[in-house]
Design a protein around this ligand. Sequence first.
Ligand code: SF4
Length: 404
Amino acid sequence: MMNKMDKPAEPRIKSWCPGAWRPMATGDGLLVRVRPHLGRLTREQMLALCDAAENFGSGLIELTSRANLQLRGVSEATWPALMTFLVEHGLVDPDPQVERRPQVLLAPDWQEGDATHEAARLLQARLAEMPELPDKIGLAIDAGDAPVLGEVSVDFRIERSASGTLQPRASGGLLVRADGHALGTPVDSVAAAVEHLVRLAHWFVESGGRESGRMRRHQAPLPVWAPASIRPAEAGPRPALGHHVRGRVVGLPFGRAPASALRAAIEPTAVTAVRVTPWRRLLVEGAGEGAACAGAASVAGLLNDENDPRLAMQACPGAPHCEQASVETLGLAERLAGRVEGSVHVSGCTKGCARRQPAGVCLTGRAGRFDLIVGGCADGTPVATGLSEADLLTYLEKIDASRL
Ligand code: SF4
């Protein structure tokens, strides 16, 4: 039983999202986030980002749950030079206001000229018309035959409707859906979808959405011109690790990898670009199975096997990377991989940044030790507190596997 002194410290919630022009101070320096345009970096841009991580940061590159890439460990003294470098390589817009516009996520499998690409192109051109939205608002364009971004936290989406799948890639069969609603509003073209989404953003602000912060929390009924009346198409699978029709999909353990590993994966000259995903996976375009692409197929530090237990685990950066953590998380997560059945979440504190859903085993750092929550979130009620790593391993071995 926990006494008053054991009560987990409340983490400090930062209500804004870091960006390249607004880096966030963390335990290991500044965190600088790069938002790839259309979710894609050319090979040259990705190589430049690897150089930036090594020359200005800790050498690690992280892939976020909104498919952004971020560098850690940047010092205030070198940040201006880093920004010059990122702008020169087209990784960051020179105008900070442009970088503050709402993020647009694309289903990573888009093709030039398809509905997702077309909607993204039209929407990017209209982002300047958007009202000032809360920082965390995100938009998704997921207009392939089967939506894949349904579990990604965004506020407004363009998707394919269930009936629309009968006419793949035809304009029409699209809908716009506000987060928190299972159904969306049908629209008859890509342009109409973008128009509707922009209008919804204005409605959100005018109906008090800034106070709610996110669409899911916004209580105002949808306007009459945006009826939630049509079901999205059945969700499709996320791309599996390994061969992909465009190249190869590689995984980043716990969402991060050394720049050296990523450089090795894209070094083959057959590689043309990298697409980011919100699932800790990168699609390396042009990386095949041949000798010229052997790098992407077997790089140490990246995941290549869909059965790798680390795919079912989440770990936040922990100490020393985050100032709110009193425990190191990444090494423990590596040591637990394959030793614990089911989902595992190792969190540096009760904020639980790495996973919002319950996990079979959730470990939360507190005052240099761990609390164990079974079948819950990082802020859940622990079944055991104040465990050292050795205590923890013993405790986990004793738990009936069926409870996990
Ligand atoms: S959950 Fe991890 S990354 Fe998030 S604030 Fe806590 S220690 Fe930091």
